[in-house]
Design a protein around this ligand. Sequence first.
Ligand SMILES: Cc1ncc(COP(=O)(O)O)c(C=O)c1O
Length: 386
Amino acid sequence: MKLAVFRQEEFFEDYEFSCETMLALSGAEPLRATELEAIAGPRPRADWEVGYTPSAGYPELRDAIAALNPPAARENVLVCVGAIEALLILSNLLLEPGDELVCLWPAYQPLYELAAGAGASVRFVALDPADGFRVDLGAVEDAVGPRTKAVLLNVPHNPTGQTAGPDDLRELARRLAPLGVTVIVDEVFREMRSGHPPSAYDGLENLVVVGSMSKSYALPGLRVGWYVGPPELVVRGRQFRKYTSLNPGASDQLWALAALERRAEILARTWELAEGGAALAERWLAERPETFALADTPAGGLLFPRLLTGEPTLDFCSRLVHETGVLLAPGSVCYESEGHLRLGVATPHLAAGLDRLGEWLDAGGAERGAAAERDGAGGDVAEARR
Ligand SMILES: Cc1ncc(COP(=O)(O)O)c(C=O)c1O
């Protein structure tokens, strides 16, 4: 399997752990171990064996994940090393060279890169900025052709926060079932806000959902995700992973189970961060209409505003982080969507970061870049980092 470099992660590699104020995370601000212990207790199981676990994951954890996705039962759940491993396994199980995947554009790169790595071609359904990036499932259905074997939809969508309801997703799966097409719904952001819909999973043979502890549960370092689908696909996934991870880490799974047992407390924290953050950032952006434009963003923890100054977003973000320590992610690098910025709002550092960004803009930060761009001197910072 040959894969292109994961561009967003290369950008984050440079800054994520050294910047002062991270405003580009897609999930809720990760919990500290002390916070997790305060919620879930000091140690999940005193006598746990530091051994291998069943390859599909601990049975109790599979049960807890099944309960999030009714009518799923244990045999419908494969616990994975993050949602990213779920995507890797599903791409390899469902796609062969010559097959086609239908996917939204823009997209989190692994959604299509892993399919390409499995030898499939990818047909994109573009979300239209002029239409607020609305997800049009009719257009998705229309894009399905004779070689399409899977449709992979990430809703709520990274990075635009647009979404589609579970009934419509199930209906799409029902319509595509006679064509032998599997609908995979990457729901890792589903529970980021209160009033979220139920999982799209409903036991259909050609509908698979992907979830994670990384975003709404604020525990990305556990590296626990999952997919929920037909038992046969779970068995094949378990067989596949004997060659990769064998099983997700035992301690990670135990912490994930403990966290799911205290799900309500963790989600209450996430909702406060994500909803308070979205309201604050939307107000803040609306007060700067000469610099930013934002489409209505109904779900998730990300905003995807347009930068109106004309400066390449990699240059803007590079100058910003070097001059202020505030990290935003450039649409160009992360999504091949020049002109947009990725802003993560579910963090207690949001207000301080936006204040710092506002001071920088007021001191001419954006104009300096736009002027450099006009004079042909733009790109220096970005070039230096490539
Ligand atoms: C849409 C989407 N799917 C999957 C993942 C991977 O998540 P995990 O940390 O569970 O591997 C991410 C992470 O950003 C994501 O945005």
